[in-house]
Design a protein around this ligand. Structure first.
Ligand code: 3PG
Length: 207
């Protein structure tokens, strides 16, 4: 898969933290039912890898990627779990090389012009802008567009259903990331209907 294709499935990539393995498949199905297919499952819980494998097996429409990939080993285990892409909060050459070697498309996080240049130097020009709101938000994305007109961003961090359209209106933004599609209380209660509604609302966001 070419990484930029991730942006062609809809305007929002949910950033997901799963604490209970049994929630993984119904949560993924709820998101897919709402029209959201690209799922970033973060490597922040002990069950994350099992959740990725379970979703890949049971929800074939889902395009599962690993989030919070911080090390080369994270990239390897995510690949082994069947992930089709990786998202990292920052960028290192080592992670870039590991993902290239694995054939695992990488969406690396950047927050400064120097980080954009480091990722560009390794052939990456579709980048996560993280933490989007804290790192300057819309003003920073506009400023980066001048020197980097060929770079496309997926801003993530602090974005809401209300603010996403303003990000999506920028010429250098094709998709946003956010955790608002899977609120912890809805997951805790098994309220999959609410998650489908949030996904449906996100899937039709436009600038
Ligand atoms: C994260 O790292 O958890 C993501 O950037 C999501 O951030 P958000 O919870 O502000 O959407």
């Amino acid at each position: 898969m070419n990484l930029i294709q991730l942006a062609s499935h809809g305007p929002v990539i949910p950033v997901i933290v799963i604490h209970r393995l049994e929630d993984a498949v119904p949560m993924a199905q709820a998101l897919v039912d709402g029209g959201v297919r690209v799922l970033e499952i973060t490597l922040r819980t002990p069950v994350a890898l099992k959740c990725m494998a379970a979703i890949t097996a049971a929800v074939p429409q889902a395009i599962v990627g690993a989030g919070t990939v911080r090390t080369v080993n994270d990239a390897k285990v995510a690949f082994d779990a069947g992930c089709r892409f990786a998202v990292s909060p920052g960028y290192t050459e080592a992670i870039g090389r590991a993902c290239r070697d694995l054939g695992l498309p990488l969406l690396p996080g950047v927050a400064t012009a120097s980080e954009v240049m480091a990722a560009n130097a390794d052939g990456l020009n579709f980048l996560k802008f993280f933490p989007a709101t804290a790192a300057g938000g819309i003003a920073m994305l506009k400023a980066l567009h001048g020197p980097f007109p060929d770079v496309v961003f997926c801003p993530t961090g602090g974005i809401t259903v209300q603010t996403a359209p303003q990000f999506l209106a920028l010429p250098n933004v094709k998709v946003c990331g956010g955790s608002w599609l899977t609120p912890p209380d809805a997951v805790e209660a098994g309220d999959w209907k609410r998650i489908t509604e949030l996904a449906r609302e996100a899937s039709i966001l436009f600038a």
